[in-house]
Design a binder for this molecule. Structure first.
Ligand SMILES: Cc1cc2nc3c(=O)[nH]c(=O)nc-3n(C[C@H](O)[C@H](O)[C@H](O)COP(=O)(O)O)c2cc1C
Length: 202
């Protein structure tokens, strides 16, 4: 199979363009604010994405004030500082290594589910994997709100954890700028692998 016709999708073309085909990673942002209502609406979509045993390990710090931005910027890789400075809101994303403590609430039909995770090393793996899954949903939810996302892995995790997750139980994994695109926001679109490159049909 070499071509994929978009028409088999249930999603209409405008939504598919907004979420996927026309959506880009923004590298600069305008002054237009991101409202609390937009942030809440983004989370209200993100929360429905599936996670292992409904564990939902993702934790979010929304960095908006100048003071909080000044605490974040020194921990960003140099090439990520200007774009982070320009974004009206920057999300610092981590996982709760003690996510299992919520399982009585989030997986209530299996009493004692939380007791299945005594090994902290295992929890780090599950927490990180599932937080990244949730970040995928989050990026699509940001796009669904009509905003652009700029994910960044280039930052000092220890520094960010000390500054934003001082409780020690939350570990940062990614930082994501959100807002409306500013001047010259896009890099060239990079090639995507094809269906045949990626999928083996058996
Ligand atoms: C996990 C992750 C880490 C990334 N880290 C950085 C980063 O540190 N700095 C940066 O400028 N872009 C970073 N990016 C952006 C990617 O390079 C970009 O999303 C990708 O090339 C697709 O670009 P497009 O959406 O414009 O097609 C990161 C993206 C992801 C998902």
């Amino acid at each position: 199979m070499t071509t994929i016709d978009a028409r088999p999708l249930a999603l209409d073309d405008n939504a598919a363009d907004l979420l996927f085909r026309d959506a880009r990673t923004a590298n600069s942002f305008s002054d237009e604010p991101v409202t609390d209502e937009q942030l809440q609406s983004i989370y209200e979509l993100t929360k429905f994405g599936p996670t292992l045993m409904n564990a939902q390990p993702l934790r979010v710090v929304a960095v908006r004030s100048g003071d909080a931005k000044n605490r974040l910027l020194p921990h960003m890789a140099e090439g990520n500082r200007a774009k982070t400075g320009s974004a009206p809101v920057t999300l610092v994303l981590g996982y709760d290594v003690d996510f299992h403590e919520q399982l009585d609430k989030t997986f209530p039909h299996v009493p004692g589910a939380k007791d299945r995770f005594p090994d902290e090393g295992v929890r780090h793996g599950i927490g990180r994997d599932n937080a990244f899954l949730q970040i995928g949903y989050l990026i699509l939810a940001i796009r669904a709100a009509g905003l652009a996302a700029g994910p960044m892995g280039g930052f000092d995790r220890e520094g960010v954890d000390t500054e934003f997750f001082p409780d020690g139980r939350t570990k940062s994994v990614l930082v994501v700028n959100i807002g409306n695109p500013g001047d010259n926001p896009w890099l060239d679109r990079l090639p995507r692998l094809t269906y045949d490159d990626v999928v083996t049909e058996l």
